[in-house]
Design a binder for this molecule. Structure first.
Ligand code: NAD
Ligand code: MG
Length: 385
C-alpha cells in the first residue's frame, strides 16, 4: 500500500523537494493533496504531474483560474480558502501531512491534522514556536507522531535513534551563521534584503532566508528543539558552523556526542521523516570530508539581537514566543519590502514584546488574539519609526 501524503505548501522550497522525493519512490508514496497560497499556475502544473485527489488554493482570488486550468482533469478536486486546508488534512485516505507552509498560517491546519491522527512531518517551525506546548499535548493525547523535517531537528532525531531512556545532557544546535556572519555592527546598518537573500549554504524560501540572516531562525529552532525533545533552552547550545555539514548533535550523560553529517540537502530530512525508521536511497552528492575543514564558533548575540530575543521569549514562556513570532513576521516582510532596516527588526520585536499583554497560560483563543495584537503593535511601531 502506498502512503498517501498531503503537502501543505507544495509550491515552496520544501514542498517541491518533497515532490522530488515522492517522484523517486513512486512505489511507496503518492501525493494525495497539494496546496498553495497564491501560486495557482505552479499548483496546476503539479496537479497535472502528480494527479492528486485534491488541490487547495488558500487565496480564494485564484480559485476560478485554477478550476478553469484543471477543467480537463475533473478527478482532481479543487478547493479554496484556509478552512479547506483544515478540512483536507482530515481526509480518511491521508497517512501523513507534510507541513511546509510558511508562518503562523500553518498552526490551524496542523492542529486539525494532529487531531485527525495523521503522522506529521513538521517543516513549519512557526507552529511549535507559537504553540509548542499545546501541539505536543495534543499529539500525546491523540497518539500522533511528529517527525521533524528541519535539518537540525532531523539530525538530533537521527542521533537519538536507539537511545530510548538515555538522558540528553546537551543539544548542540548548529547554525551556518548566515550571509552576515563576519559583518560588523556598522556594516549591518546598511545591508539590504537582496544581500540577506544570498544564503551561503541553503536554498530556501524568502521568509526563512531572512530569518537565517538575522539568526531569528536559530532562535526559533531552539524553541522547536525544546518542545520536540523535551530539553530546556539552557541545555541547547547554538554553534556557528559555516560549512553546514554537521547538521546538529546530541551529548549524552557519559560525555558521548552523536551527530548526523551530510551535504546540505533538505531532501534527506524530508525523506527520512517519510520513511522512518527505514532509510531509502537518495540520489545526489555525497559528503567528502577531505574537501573542507569543519569549523565551530560561538554566536554573537549582541550583534544578532534576534537570537537573544528568542531565548528571552522561551525563558519567559506563555504567549511570549507567539508575540515574537508575530512581530517577526511583520518585520521580516517589512525588511523585504524596504520598510525597515536589518537592525530595526530586532528593535521592533523587542518593543512589541514589551507592549503586548503577557499571558502565562495561553489556550488556542489566546494565541489567536496574541498573534493579531502583536502584528498590529509591530506594524504600528514599524510605520512610526
Ligand atoms: P516557501 O516560501 O518556499 O514556501 C511556502 C509554501 O507555503 C508555498 O507553497 C506557499 O504557497 C505556501 N503558503 C505561504 N503562505 C501561506 C498561507 N498563508 N496559507 C497557505 N499556504 C501558504 O517556504 P519554505 O522555505 O519551503 O518553508 C516552508 C516552511 O518550512 C517554513 O515554516 C520554514 O521555516 C520551514 N523550513 C524550511 C526549510 C527550507 O530549507 N526551505 C528548512 C527548514 C524549515
Ligand atoms: Mg533549520
Amino acid at each position: 500500500m502506498k502512503q498517501q501524503i498531503c503537502i501543505l505548501g507544495s509550491t515552496g522550497s520544501i514542498g517541491t523537494q518533497a515532490l522530488d522525493v515522492i517522484s523517486q519512490h513512486p512505489d511507496l508514496y503518492e501525493a494525495y493533496a497539494l496546496t498553495a497560497n497564491r501560486r495557482w499556475k505552479e499548483l496546476a502544473a503539479q496537479a497535472r504531474r502528480f494527479h492528486p485527489a485534491a488541490v487547495v488554493i488558500a487565496d480564494e482570488t485564484f480559485y476560478e483560474p485554477l478550476v478553469k486550468e484543471l477543467a480537463d482533469i475533473p478527478d482532481v478536486k479543487v478547493y479554496c480558502g484556509s478552512k479547506a486546508l483544515e478540512e483536507i488534512v482530515e481526509s480518511p485516505s491521508i497517512d501523513m501531512v507534510l507541513t511546509a507552509m510558511v508562518g503562523y498560517a500553518g498552526l490551524a491546519p496542523t492542529i486539525h491534522a494532529v487531531k485527525a491522527k495523521k503522522k506529521i512531518c513538521l517543516a513549519n517551525k512557526e507552529t511549535l514556536v507559537v504553540a509548542g506546548e499545546m501541539i505536543l499535548q495534543l499529539a500525546q493525547q491523540h497518539h500522533t507522531p511528529i517527525l521533524p523535517v528541519d535539518s537540525e531537528h532531523s539530525a538530533i532525531f537521527q542521533s537519538l535513534v536507539g537511545e530510548d531512556g538515555n538522558e540528553i545532557e546537551k543539544i548542540l544546535l548548529t547554525c551556518s551563521g548566515g550571509p552576515f556572519r563576519r559583518f560588523t555592527h556598522e556594516q549591518l546598518k546598511t545591508v539590504t534584503a537582496a544581500d540577506a537573500l544570498k544564503h551561503p549554504t541553503w536554498d530556501m524560501g524568502a521568509k526563512i532566508t531572512i530569518d537565517s540572516a538575522s539568526l531569528m531562525n536559530k532562535g526559533f529552532e531552539v524553541i522547536e528543539a525544546k518542545w520536540l525533545f523535551g530539553v530546556p533552552a539552557d541545555k541547547i547550545q547554538v554553534l556557528v558552523h559555516p560549512q553546514s555539514i554537521v547538521h546538529s548533535a546530541v551529548q549524552f550523560r557519559d560525555g558521548g556526542v552523536k551527530a548526523q553529517l551530510g551535504v546540505p540537502d533538505m531532501r534527506l530530512p524530508i525523506q527520512y521523516a517519510f520513511s522512518f525508521p527505514k532509510r531509502l536511497h537518495l540520489n545526489g552528492d555525497r559528503l567528502d570530508l577531505f574537501r573542507q575543514p569543519l569549523e565551530f564558533f560561538e554566536p554573537d548575540v549582541e550583534k544578532f539581537k534576534c537570537l537573544a530575543m528568542a531565548y528571552e521569549a522561551i525563558n519567559k514562556g506563555g504567549n511570549m514566543p507567539c508575540i515574537v513570532n508575530a512581530a517577526n513576521e511583520i518585520v521580516n516582510a517589512g525588511f523585504r519590502r524596504g520598510l525597515c532596516s536589518f537592525l530595526a527588526m530586532g528593535d521592533i520585536i523587542e518593543q512589541t514584546m514589551q507592549q503586548v499583554a503577557f499571558d502565562s497560560n495561553p489556550d488556542y483563543e489566546v494565541y489567536v488574539q496574541t498573534d493579531a495584537e502583536a502584528r498590529r503593535v509591530a506594524q504600528d511601531i514599524m510605520n512610526n519609526q
